[in-house]
Design a protein around this ligand. Structure first.
Ligand SMILES: NC(=O)c1ccc[n+]([C@@H]2O[C@H](COP(=O)([O-])OP(=O)(O)OC[C@H]3O[C@@H](n4cnc5c(N)ncnc54)[C@H](OP(=O)(O)O)[C@@H]3O)[C@@H](O)[C@H]2O)c1
Length: 327
């Protein structure tokens, strides 16, 4: 077993494993999910065996199921782990069923604590920017949760950099808790955040925890440009299928070549690339099975030279546009 590495999240003293286990697959919200509570808990257990101490979920993942599963799995050892969850997405129809109003944030924090079966959330993240709520109101609500001891740190996810900068300076001006982490889409074929939020995070010492580090499985080299996918997430998930572009296949060709030269798998190489990027604390890996998890952690043992990193990045020129980045 490769030895787990640990780091501190952004500028905080919070120790986290360098791989975070994403829990979006644990639930029944979409066809490509695991949809088996016991198997989900076995994957979590295996992650713990690998030394993973950092777990990411969200209230909207299968409308609470993912949080429940994680809560049950970590139940008797909660203090050993760092639990991150999120708020923003729609949890019920009608007014105040979603968003970042004080009303919804406070209500959802209580609901997440219940489902996770814990007294505190380590990292409470805003899942998206809410154009309908002033950020000062959201920060006030988050600040309340921290003062009440229900939340330890606050984080953010996928948004335009100017909005995130506004959130950081509003927190400073209003003397509120500051976001300590940014969870954004980042992998070898989705590098748009290099032109958006990543330079800001480095400047502000905000920890980066990339989501979809394998581009939904595309970088696992399981699909063929000339064939309709018959297996895997791409069969039912449009976002994964949208990665089937000429430019992305060119990236995958380089991944495959270099992986072979280094005698590692495309999965290990792709995650290793992320682990080498400055400012990245912990990619949020999303294995659906124990075998996939076992095939991922080896990334920690893969070293890359500057030249190899340049080779992997050569086929694409990252561009930020709201359409792809502010999803
Ligand atoms: N903040 C946000 O907006 C946001 C958005 C998305 C995700 N996230 C977080 O990020 C986490 C990870 O995202 P993700 O699930 O999209 O990550 P990902 O690693 O890019 O994709 C995961 C999928 O790739 C395939 N896979 C994973 N490991 C593999 C391996 N070793 N070999 C072969 N295939 C493998 C599996 O798909 P198959 O079904 O094809 O086997 C798996 O379901 C989520 O759990 C969630 O916590 C956050």
């Amino acid at each position: 077993m490769v030895e787990m590495e640990y780091t501190t999240l952004g500028s905080t003293g919070l120790e986290v494993s360098r791989l975070c286990l994403g829990c979006m697959n644990f639930g029944s919200g979409a066809e490509w999910m695991l949809n088996d509570r016991e198997e989900s808990k076995e994957v979590i257990e295996r992650a713990i065996d690998h030394g993973i101490t950092f777990f990411d979920t969200a209230n909207v993942y299968s409308r609470g199921e993912s949080e429940e599963i994680l809560g049950e799995a970590l139940d008797d050892r909660r203090e050993e782990f760092v639990i991150a969850t999120k708020v923003y997405g729609r949890m019920r129809e009608g007014p105040n069923g979603q968003g970042l109003s004080r009303r919804h944030v406070l209500e959802q924090a209580e609901a997440s604590l219940d489902r996770l079966g814990t007294e505190y959330i380590d990292l409470y993240q805003i899942h998206r920017w809410d154009d309908g709520t002033p950020i000062a109101e959201t920060l006030h609500a988050l600040d309340t949760l921290v003062s009440e001891g229900k939340v330890r740190y606050i984080g953010a996810s996928s948004m335009a950099a100017w909005k995130f900068a506004k959130a950081l300076y509003t927190a400073d001006i209003d003397n509120r808790e500051r976001f300590v982490s940014m969870q954004c889409e980042y992998n070898l074929v989705d590098r748009h955040e290099e032109q958006n939020v990543l330079p800001l995070c480095r400047d502000q010492d905000v920890g980066v925890i990339p989501w979809s580090p394998l581009a939904g499985g595309f970088l696992a080299d399981k699909y063929d440009p000339d064939e309709k996918p018959e297996d895997g997430r791409a069969t039912t998930d449009e976002h994964t299928r949208n990665r089937f572009t000429e430019e992305n296949w060119a990236v995958l060709d380089v991944v495959r070549e270099l992986a072979e030269e280094k005698s590692v798998s495309p999965v290990e190489l792709s995650i290793a690339w992320l682990l080498h990027k400055p400012g990245v604390d912990a990619p949020i890996v999303g294995p659906r099975t124990i075998d996939q998890l076992d095939g991922t952690v080896g990334a920690l043992g893969v070293s890359l030279t500057d030249e190899e990193i340049e080779r992997l990045e050569a086929p694409t020129e990252p561009v930020w546009s709201r359409a792809i980045g502010d999803v």
